[in-house]
Design a protein around this ligand. Structure first.
Ligand SMILES: Nc1ncnc2c1ncn2[C@@H]1O[C@H](COP(=O)(O)OP(=O)(O)OP(=O)(O)O)[C@@H](O)[C@H]1O
Length: 533
């Protein structure tokens, strides 16, 4: 294509990239020398994406990670947009790295920032509809840690500007708009009308792709060249279960994908919750400040000794449980408990660690373009000590508790801790707390077998023994029963059994979230402890 040397007030320089319908050039202002990027295409192109983009840019101005539109227009046969000059796309960065998957810190940064961008766009009534690595680019100069969203050629308003109402759903199958790799199953495979949930699901698939060595399985054969190949991609995408896609990844990714798929057509996603989840995950894994995208990723100053989530370990995840328990128990051993009465017998600790380690030694497992139950418990603002650290302290406090009164207070603190974090997901630290509580209540002289049997981090052998998630109603029924009966327990042992049931049913649920009934049970448990001697 013979592009002009100048368009409007802009000299065109090097070509930065090109897509289906046009090309992007570095350019400078003929009067001011301002450096920008110019996106140019034939005005009569069959897919006039510049014309569409021009309609969305004004609504997106001023948002973090949204390029500024400096000028736009039609000159002769050319339709052009003048926008901020930005840096390389995530696709470029990732390919150049030569790695087969991205590090967890970078993916957590990308997750937090992309979710924020979508929150902003959706807040302005606009869906992106083409979330992919090539459409996420880093800024230049002082903005190199910011991820920008580009390419609004497929965007769409989901809020009618006149009626201010959400666009209607429709049962009629639609042509697919988006990209082969990340467009949601609903839109790509089932022809559903896209809404906010689909942008988020595409983002979830992109995060999982980055963490998966070799990428998502359906991306590995390249762009489909015919309908048969496209159908194969659709089949593979539709049939992939979240637990298979996310095997060996931190559970947040599986939970996020499930969450996106559970959202109703017009439901507003809880963006804040998921930004918080990925921020917490980054902190737990030893990456504070991961809100900033730093590339190449900075060296880990204090590597987490026993991380089971490192993407590079996906094929051979470390045995679960032993390290966490050892860490908690080591912390406990450092507590000065000698002259204080404890319910638990510390002489079993070493045996327990050995046992857990033996148990842990089980075998390890392991765009393209194409046309066309949450609870509403308020979150009090608290000082931001990471959730994991708060829970570890509470677990230590369970072991240190000398009587039921103290234990009761610790259980209440546990409730406050969970409620003050936006995420009510029971993490491994939450399960460790329940383990400790179970032990103290059940039999202080024996060590509790961990209640949690992770589906995403366990080995193949364990995998087969772990029951599939129970239907939601089962969890709700069990929790409602626990809540009802906790006040009738007459002994600590009965309470221990209830704690075990609570842990088991939460573990088996798909999101591992603590529900209102779950909190009511824990509060009932704390109240009951005060009355049992
Ligand atoms: N403002 C910018 N600054 C620097 N590079 C950019 C800019 N905009 C786009 N690019 C580069 O050009 C590539 C294509 O851009 P964009 O996706 O906007 O074009 P497109 O024609 O809509 O592409 P596609 O058809 O692939 O969706 C991007 O992946 C990026 O590498």
């Amino acid at each position: 294509m013979n592009y002009p040397n100048r368009i409007g007030n802009w000299w065109l320089g090097d070509k930065l990239g090109s897509g289906f319908s046009g090309s992007i050039f570095r350019a400078s202002n003929v009067h001011t020398d301002q450096i920008v990027a110019v996106k140019i295409q034939y005005a009569n192109h069959e897919c006039p994406t510049n014309r569409y983009e021009r309609g969305f840019y004004p609504s997106l101005q001023g948002g973090e990670g949204m390029p500024t539109l400096w000028a736009s227009g039609i000159e002769g046969i050319w339709d052009f947009l003048v926008i901020d000059l930005l840096g390389p796309s995530l696709d470029n960065l990732f390919r150049k790295s030569g790695k087969d998957c991205m590090d967890l810190r970078s993916v957590c940064s990308i997750a937090m920032q992309v979710i924020s961008r979508l929150e902003f766009m959706h807040g302005r009534g606009i869906l992106h509809r083409d979330i992919q690595l090539g459409n996420c680019v880093v800024g230049l100069g002082p903005k190199e840690k910011t991820i920008y969203m580009i390419d609004f050629g497929f965007s769409k308003r989901y809020i009618d500007p006149y009626t201010r109402r959400h666009i209607p759903d429709s049962k009629a199958k639609r042509d697919f708009i988006g990209n082969y790799w990340f467009t949601s199953v609903g839109v790509h495979c089932k022809g559903k009308v896209p809404s906010r949930r689909d942008d988020l699901e595409a983002a979830a698939l992109m995060f999982i792709h980055l963490l998966t060595p070799g990428g998502l399985s359906w991306t590995r054969n390249g762009i489909p060249k015919n309908n048969a190949q496209h159908d194969r991609i659709i089949r593979e995408k539709r049939n992939s279960k979240p637990e298979d896609l996310c095997k060996g990844l931190p559970p947040q990714f599986e939970e996020f994908l499930r969450y996106c798929r559970r959202l109703k057509f017009a439901e507003c996603p809880d963006y804040a919750r998921w930004k918080e989840e990925f921020s917490e995950l980054a902190k737990e894994e030893g990456f504070p400040g991961a809100e900033e995208f730093i590339w190449p990723p900075p060296p880990i100053s204090h590597p987490k000794p026993h991380s089971t989530h490192n993407a590079a370990l996906r094929r051979t995840p470390a045995p679960q449980g032993a390290e966490n328990i050892e860490q908690i128990l080591n912390d406990l051993a450092n507590l000065k408990l000698d002259d204080r009465p404890v319910l638990g017998d510390r002489k079993n600790i070493i045996n327990a660690v050995q046992q857990a380690k033996t148990d842990g030694k089980k075998p390890a497992t392991e765009v393209s373009m194409i046309s066309d139950e949450t609870d509403d418990i308020p979150s009090p603002v608290v000082a931001r000590i990471p959730k994991a650290a708060q829970l570890n302290k509470l677990t230590a406090a369970v072991y240190a508790a000398g009587d039921n009164n103290t234990l009761s207070q610790v259980v209440l603190d546990f409730v406050v801790c969970l409620q003050s974090n936006r995420s009510r997901t029971l993490t491994k630290e939450g399960f460790a707390f329940l383990d400790a509580l179970y032990k103290q209540l059940g039999d202080p002289s024996t060590f509790a077998v961990p209640l949690r049997t992770s589906r995403t981090r366990s080995g193949d052998k364990e995998q087969q023994q772990v029951p599939l998630p129970e239907p939601k109603h089962v969890k709700l029924e069990v929790l409602a029963a626990l809540r009802r009966t906790v006040g009738t327990a007459s002994r600590n042992k009965a309470l221990a059994k209830m704690v075990a049931d609570f842990g088991a049913v939460t573990n088996k649920s798909s999101g591992r979230t603590v529900t209102k009934d779950g909190f009511a049970f824990l509060e009932g448990l704390a109240a009951r402890l005060k009355t049992i001697r």
